[in-house]
Design a protein. Structure first.
Length: 211
């Protein structure tokens, strides 16, 4: 997994509200809409824009009651990537707090977690118990990654080959890097999901497996 180093401890100099992002985020992604190439073609999903590429399949997770799109799923190169954009304070990050909550939730489910240092900074490597379907009783391996941008936070969940194979990981990480977040100017409380919607003239599936 991109030669990540595993550890059970947080970085000693990390501040709880510090932004967590690659040093080259503003040029290499994930990008803010203001940083993206305006003439590049994108699939517009509201809170995020996706660069189309061969063999990339898009899935949308829709909340049953409200019919609201709550996550974007991308199937690519033997891996799956689930992304969600959230509103965030201008000068503070959310990944430290959200990462701790992910660890707590997975451990309550009977899973196990490790903190690793990946290409986007600290991430959660998790073994999640499978409770439905033919693989019930086994564990699913997933990587939870997060990037704090300007007034937004982008969370990603990587599963499949990208969680276990270095070459596949590099491909799905490049896909995560290519995402553009559209925060907009509407005031939003921190941690609120930035609205997502179906792309225009979409034939995309609306079903997405829950990680």
């Amino acid at each position: 997994m991109n030669d990540s180093t595993e550890t059970d401890l947080e970085l000693p100099d990390e501040q709880p509200d510090a932004k967590s992002a690659p040093l080259d985020r503003a040029t290499a992604g994930p990008l803010d809409e203001s940083e993206a190439n305006a003439v590049r073609p994108y699939v517009d999903l509201g809170g995020v824009k996706i660069v189309p590429r061969p063999d990339l399949q898009l899935r949308l997770e829709v909340e049953e009651g409200s019919k609201r799109v709550v996550a974007v799923g991308l199937d690519y190169a033997g891996s799956t990537l689930q992304v969600q954009p959230f509103a965030a304070p201008r000068g503070a990050g959310l990944w430290h707090e959200i990462r701790a909550q992910i660890v707590e939730q997975i451990q309550k489910q009977g899973g196990s977690t490790r903190i690793t240092e990946g290409p986007f900074g600290p991430e959660v490597l998790a073994q999640i118990p499978v409770t439905t379907g033919p693989q019930t009783g086994t564990n699913r391996l997933a990587r939870f990654v997060g990037v704090d941008g300007p007034r937004w936070f982008l969370r990603g969940v990587i599963a499949g080959e990208g969680a276990v194979d270095a070459d596949a990981a590099a491909k799905i990480e490049d896909l995560f890097r290519s995402i553009v977040v559209v925060r907009g100017n509407t005031p939003m409380p921190p941690r609120d999901l930035i609205p997502l919607h179906m792309p225009a003239a979409s034939g995309a599936a609306t079903e997405m497996p829950t990680l």
